[in-house]
Design a protein around this ligand. Structure first.
Ligand code: TYD
Length: 229
């Protein structure tokens, strides 16, 4: 009989647009792979063929008049597909999944930014994501003007061939302040899962901090419990 597989670990990265989380996620994945860990990286909204089509609708600045509830439903539709196709099977197979955004983003952007509230988001999560939460969430905190400014410059500089992903970046300073505050509130509510990392220092300074958090929370802790990392 084959040995039962150890379930993999699920880590998410959260933060404002342009906070540097995608780069940090890839750098962490590289460190874990060197340790022999089988890592899958993915992103939200997107990560599957269907999810990427939903992403195009959600982020294209030509998507005018999208109702906030419809926006929230589309975020969850992409997520449910990603869990079914990618996250769930990878964790079952013992792989580690690093995901760029997850339900904390919906709580921050739709719950906080669009003011739909946390309860609706958490209820939908329960129904549609079957209670799946990450073991660890790295919340990269940054001030609104520098991170959103960086995201806007990046997307404006994108070539004509890349899809338009500017819809959220057109939102106001007040919107992103609500988003940031909602993220910080989640970190206060769930300190056992969400670790706040200051995203403002240089990339090379932030990276080792993230590696340390992952090792302390997931690798050393698993060793102490006697289970393999
Ligand atoms: P992302 O590709 O991470 O953008 P960036 O690299 O600029 O941070 O995310 C796309 C956008 O979608 C981003 O503006 C946040 C938004 N978003 C939500 O509003 N709700 C959600 O649930 C998710 C996953 C993303």
């Amino acid at each position: 009989m084959s040995k039962p597989k150890v379930r993999g670990k699920f880590i998410t990265f959260e933060g404002l647009d342009g906070c540097g989380k995608s780069t940090q996620l890839e750098k962490l994945a590289a460190v874990l792979r060197v340790r022999g860990i089988d890592v899958v990286t993915t992103r939200e909204p997107g990560g599957t063929i269907i999810g990427e089509r939903i992403r195009a609708v959600l982020l294209d600045s030509r998507t005018a008049g999208l109702d906030p509830h419809a926006e929230m439903a589309l975020m969850f539709a992409a997520r449910a597909q990603l869990i079914a196709e990618v996250i769930g099977p990878a964790l079952e197979a013992g792989q580690w999944v690093l995901c760029d955004r997850f339900t904390d983003s919906t709580e921050a952007y739709q719950g906080g930014g669009r003011q739909l509230g946390s309860d609706a988001v958490l209820q939908l999560h329960q129904a549609l994501c079957r209670g799946l939460w990450p073991e660890l969430t790295i919340l990269m905190d940054s001030d609104v003007s520098s991170s959103v400014g960086r995201a806007r410059r990046r997307n404006l500089a994108a070539s004509a061939e890349t899809p338009d992903e500017n819809r959220f970046e057109k939102e106001s300073y007040a919107f992103f302040t609500r988003v940031r505050n909602a993220f910080l509130e989640t970190a206060r509510r769930e300190p056992q899962r969400v670790v706040l990392v200051d995203a403002r220092p240089k990339l090379e300074i932030v990276h080792p901090q993230i590696v340390r958090v992952v090792f302390e929370r997931l690798i050393e802790a698993a060793g102490k419990k006697g289970s393999p990392a």
